[in-house]
Design a protein around this ligand. Structure first.
Ligand code: NAG
Length: 423
């Protein structure tokens, strides 16, 4: 690799380039000198010389995954990956490959594609990516998709034969690592849902509700088994103000912007949410999303909801490209004051929603309706949070088995984990 230095570029110019590039990398948040060099020398050279190439060709990075029941942890990984290049290409693993490797996915490919495409840091999506990167697929990525680097988290990813799934990419010097997002995994979320179902079917809903509340914030029912020790699953998610800043657009509406408002729980953020947000955004210039508090959601949908807490739900919504701003803890009722404060032009609500407000005593949209600024939107997909939970329940046993296995390896990860730099 070092031989590249001798290529028709004088050393001084070469140095100039690396330092200039280093500056842009520092802005991008990379502080490892070694990775800067790797990034610089890893970019393929052309007969036209480095300079032209550097200016014209963006650094393309690739990340893959199943993105089953996509959550803010996936989104954060995509954000981190995007920061390592100029364009992010995401491979979404096919249903058949997921079934073969870890059992049926909760969300089918077309829904997973909607989810990944909606993440604001994603530039391109490849459907039907293989579960593990084969040599063939790796060269396809390099040659056909013009990928410079393959990105993966700091958790080990082993093939069934025990070898490192990214060994090839590492050997080619085209691998980069990101820090795994703390605090959430699909395994954990499925666990929360399964517990929720178990608690509900056991009858006595009142005495269980406090446990359900706890669990929806990261505890599971193994509490009694290991006390405060081994059997307890505690949420590792610690929301920081910086994470919220990283996820937000940091921009208010422009002058004369038409502001659209939509409110909801957005629990287990899914393709149905994405589609309605897209429709809502198309009606104006700025989409403001109100996310109800955990208390509000519980009061309206039962003590076992929400599955994801307010901060988790806010991050998932913020990662969506159709969303401009969120209200973290929006009131149930859309008041006149709120409409004035945010200069809301139109309030919308989907036809497919868990809560049919028309059946309740209190119409939360009474004010915008009276003002003539309320519009109901035809929901493009018939999915609700309940749909997702039902899918899990339908495959209860299979998920539970798969979950126990995965929970074990995740426990090992947390036990053996050390500090990894990055954000
Ligand atoms: C409020 O929104 C309307 C669009 O509905 C816009 O024309 C107006 O300029 C906005 N007001 C301010 C002060 O931005």
């Amino acid at each position: 690799m070092w031989a590249v230095m001798g290529l028709d570029v004088p050393h001084s110019e070469n140095f100039l380039y690396s330092s200039r590039f280093m500056i842009s990398c520092f802005i991008g948040g990379i502080v490892l000198g070694a990775s800067v060099l790797g990034l610089y020398y890893g970019v393929p050279l052309t007969p036209f010389g480095i300079r032209k190439k550097r200016k014209k060709r963006p650094v393309r990075v690739y990340m893959d995954g199943c993105f089953d029941m996509m959550h803010y942890g996936h989104c954060n990984a995509l954000r981190q990956a995007r920061a390592l290049g100029d364009q992010l290409v995401v491979g979404v693993v096919s249903d058949a490959e997921i079934i073969a490797n870890k059992g049926p996915p909760v969300t089918p490919l077309h829904e997973r594609m909607i989810m990944v495409n909606a993440v604001k840091w994603v530039d391109e999506v490849i459907p039907d990516a293989p579960y593990a990167i084969t040599e063939d697929f790796m060269y396809k990525l390099f040659n056909e998709y013009k990928i410079d680097y393959i990105i993966h988290g700091d958790d080990p990813c082993l093939l069934p034969d025990g070898t490192d799934a990214y060994a090839l990419a590492k050997k080619a010097g085209r691998y980069k690592q990101i820090k795994r997002t703390e605090g959430v995994s699909s395994t954990d979320i499925v666990g929360r849902m399964l517990l929720c179902v178990r608690e509900r079917s056991s009858g006595d809903s009142h005495s269980h509700s406090s446990l359900q509340r706890q669990f929806s914030h990261g505890h599971n029912n193994k509490l009694e088994e290991g006390g405060s020790g081994s059997g307890t699953r505690v949420s590792h998610f610690l929301p920081t103000s910086r994470r919220i800043v990283q996820f937000s657009n940091g921009k208010g509406p422009g002058p004369d912007a038409r502001i659209i408002y939509i409110a909801g729980a957005f629990d287990l953020f899914h393709a149905g949410h994405v589609q309605i947000l897209k429709l809502a955004r198309e009606l104006g210039d700025f989409l403001l999303v109100g996310i109800h508090t955990d208390q509000t959601v519980s009061a309206n949908r039962g003590a076992h909801r929400p599955i994801m807490n307010l901060h988790e739900r806010s991050l998932s919504v913020l990662a969506c490209r159709y969303v401009d701003e969120v209200i973290i803890g929006a009131p149930w009722v859309v008041s006149k004051d709120m409409i004035t404060t945010f200069n809301i032009s139109l309030v919308v609500h989907g036809t497919v929603a868990e809560n049919d407000f028309r059946q309740g005593k209190l119409n939360p949209y009474a004010v915008p309706m009276e003002m003539g600024i309320y519009q109901q939107l035809e929901s493009p997909l018939g999915i609700t949070t309940t749909t997702i939970i039902k899918r899990i329940v339908a495959n209860h046993e299979a998920y539970q088995k798969r979950n126990e296995k995965k929970a074990d390896s995740e426990k090992k990860y947390y036990e053996g984990k050390t500090f990894v730099a990055g954000d």
